[in-house]
Design a protein around this ligand. Sequence first.
Ligand code: HEC
Length: 189
Amino acid sequence: MKAITSLTALVLGATLATMALAQADATTETTEAEPVESAESETVMPSGHDITAVEMTDGRWRNDEGIPTFKVEDGVVDFATFNGFRRYHAECHVCHGPDGEGSTYAPALKESVLRMDYYDFMQVVASGRQGTNSVMPAFGTNKNVWCYIDDIYTYLVAHGTDTIGRGRPAERADKPEEYAAQEDACMSM
Ligand code: HEC
């Protein structure tokens, strides 16, 4: 338990540090209604955030700010995003509905991710939130969620921007070696 608590503190600390950075160079945000996708698979969120994948670190695609994002090429979904589909349906689906579509109890996360930024999303999942007649549990100490939260996030963004449809993606890329290493490190912390 002690190990898990320090893991959370570590992750939260890192998240807060990055939040401060992100706020420092926050750019002007526009409020377009629909996500815009170009033929070159560049993707800009309604918030004006560019989530185009530019590089892979720890086996996960990132945008130019280092925020996890998806990459879909010829219908083949990157491993992390595919895994996010599975993890979402194991941990979040019971309240938030299949495919992040929402339920009478909890909001449609495929829409939340278009509105919230990455750091706000992480904050709610780590700490939970008390609603009027409902509660979002805190998952910061649950390794089955927290070690894969970036994957859940990118899956929701990919589905929310209509890059991937409902249901299990038909084709996925292989698990990168760095992904496996990072996964082992996180799960054994
Ligand atoms: C036990 C039910 C339950 C589970 C399981 C659950 N949530 Fe929630 N979640 C909620 C409720 C209820 C809310 C709305 C709380 C409120 O009104 O403030 C919520 C809100 C959220 C929000 C804020 C959405 C917004 O639009 O403001 C995020 C992000 C979120 N959940 C992510 C997740 C993720 C990711 C998982 C799986 C790891 C998950 N939730 C699992 C019940 C749940």
